[in-house]
Design a protein around this ligand. Structure first.
Ligand code: G6P
Length: 511
């Protein structure tokens, strides 16, 4: 077991806290369960704003044999929170993404980072198991069958406790702690047990399922109670918040009124805060001459087709990649689309050790191979398939190169790719085909909405998007751009934190 370890007793906890208070920053040595010592850095005052997310906003890069470096990975969440982190003296607690001991806390781009270590068994049972083979499929409408394994649950409890302990150590008195996503649903409750002076927010990035599905979870009550340790629970859509409120009533037997759960002495609010992107920053990248030139080059490499359809997804069964490929294959077979319309499908590698993801990769690659085999010409495949991840600039160039963006998940909390495409289309051209089952569909009114299960309906929508008049395309894109720029990621973070701040001051002892 790695990472910050719970002190052996309350007494030790109190002792370390009072030492920290007296001597400021110091390093204390703890014996971890595996029997090796780790250094744990405590600060006297702690941080006023603490983000707790399953991942750190950095990637580990091996510089030399004995030196590990870190590269800033500018995901949406970091971009959103960076300015606030700097202003509020923030710390970020997360997992570096591989098995092994936690790195020492370090600074990167002005943010204090605290790594949580996971052992190889915990990566298997917590990350691959409970997070990505139980909760992920369960919360996405059981598109893949969730597996319920008790050792996975035990690892989930242990790892959540480790994150909660680290947050309790890093947070200053009365600090705001913002916990993120389905991997850490027990952290709010565990953290409140450790520190009743904190203001705790939680945001769920993925859907929260209807009660009939959620009820399958053997640990449903524990999850609901864990979440209710927060003062404010944020969800992507109102429907997700409503599903949670129902779960609070049914699984935990608690009364609710409007958006509030009466959890004993505390009231907890559940509301929607649709996540967004840094639209202005992305639009700026897409405006750069080198990025535009790269977009032209991409089209050239494809043989200057009349039309480029584009799909960009993590290779995940929730994304509807197979349904999309089926629709495109049938359109080619029926001659409704010809060689003048090519598809770029980027499927970035994800969770490759989880069985469902391995199966999906095989299925997708068989379908791509069949379509390319059947309709391709030498040097001109109908589908350009890339099982790779790309840096931001290349993504922006791809968005510029795509005339029609295909976003067809079977279920998706939000889908930021849809918003990114819109942000990049500075000339207001382009069309978005968007699944009804994404959070983004609630916001992007100019999209061509589809039910991805209805292959014929999806085919018609692709044709309509591909042949829309430039005038109509511009009208639709303008509506979507207004939304994406007005409700950007800064607005998202601020509205969540402002609402959290409205919660009455915590009264210590009244948990
Ligand atoms: C989704 C989840 C995130 C997760 C990301 C990548 O967007 O909401 O919490 O980090 O997928 O998945 P991974 O398993 O690689 O962290």
């Amino acid at each position: 077991m790695y990472g910050p370890v719970a002190p052996a007793s309350d007494a030790l906890d109190k002792a370390t806290t009072s030492l920290a208070a007296r001597y400021g920053t110091f390093v204390c040595e703890d014996l971890n369960v595996a029997g090796t010592t780790t250094n744990r850095r405590l600060t006297a005052d702690g941080y006023d704003f603490v983000v707790v997310a399953s991942r750190l906003p950095v990637d580990r890069v091996e510089d030399t044999a004995d030196k590990t470096g870190w590269r800033h990975s500018p995901g949406g969440l970091v971009t959103a929170l960076e300015p606030i982190m700097r202003k509020m003296d923030g710390a970020w607690i997360g997992w570096p993404g591989d098995a092994g001991p936690a790195p020492e806390p370090f600074e990167e781009s002005g943010i204090h980072l605290v790594g949580i270590g996971l052992s190889a068994e915990e990566v298997r049972d917590f990350y691959e198991g409970m997070c990505n083979a139980t909760l992920w499929p369960l919360y996405h409408d059981v598109i893949a069958p969730p597996a319920f394994r008790r050792p996975w649950w035990d690892a989930y409890v242990t790892v959540n406790q480790r994150f909660a302990q680290a947050a309790a150590e890093q947070a200053a008195k009365g600090a705001t702690v913002w916990v993120h996503d389905y991997q850490l649903q027990l952290v709010p409750g565990m953290l409140r047990e450790l520190r009743d002076d904190l203001r705790i927010g939680f945001f769920n990035h993925i859907p929260f399922p209807g009660y009939e599905i959620f009820a399958q979870l053997p640990w449903r009550r524990r999850i609901v109670e864990g979440l209710l340790g927060a003062d404010l629970l944020g969800f992507q859509r109102q429907a997700d918040a409503t599903n949670f409120l129902r779960a609070a009533r049914r699984a935990a037997g608690l009364p609710t009124k409007g958006s509030v759960v009466h959890a004993g002495a505390r009231d907890v609010r559940a509301a929607s805060f649709p996540i967004a992107i840094d639209a202005a920053a992305l639009a700026e990248i897409a405006r750069r001459e080198d990025v535009k030139e790269r977009a032209r080059e991409i089209r050239q490499l494809l043989g200057q087709p009349e039309r480029v359809l584009l799909g960009i997804d993590r290779l995940d069964y929730t994304k509807g990649i197979r349904h999309r490929l089926k629709a495109y294959g049938e359109l080619r077979r029926e001659g409704r689309l010809g060689p003048e319309t090519v598809l770029i499908q980027v499927a970035s590698p994800s969770r490759e050790r989880v069985e469902q993801y391995r199966l999906l990769r095989d299925e997708v690659e068989v379908i791509v191979g069949r379509i390319n085999g059947e309709f391709g010409e030498l040097g001109n495949p109908p589908i350009n398939y890339l099982h790779q991840s790309f840096p931001r600039d290349e993504m922006a160039a791809l968005y510029l190169a795509g005339d029609v963006m295909l976003v067809t998940p079977l279920r998706d909390g939000m889908n930021l790719v849809a918003k990114e495409y819109v942000a990049c289309r500075n000339d207001e051209s382009g069309a978005l085909v968007l699944s009804e089952f994404t959070g983004a569909a609630d916001e992007l009114n100019g999209a061509f909405l589809v039910n991805p299960h209805d292959i014929d309906g999806m085919k018609d929508a692709i044709i309509r998007a591909a042949t829309v008049s430039p005038r109509e395309a511009r009208r639709r894109m303008r509506v979507m751009r207004r939304r994406v720029f007005d409700y950007d990621v800064a607005h998202w973070a601020t509205s969540f934190l402002d609402t959290l701040r409205e919660v009455p001051e915590p009264v210590p002892g009244r948990a």
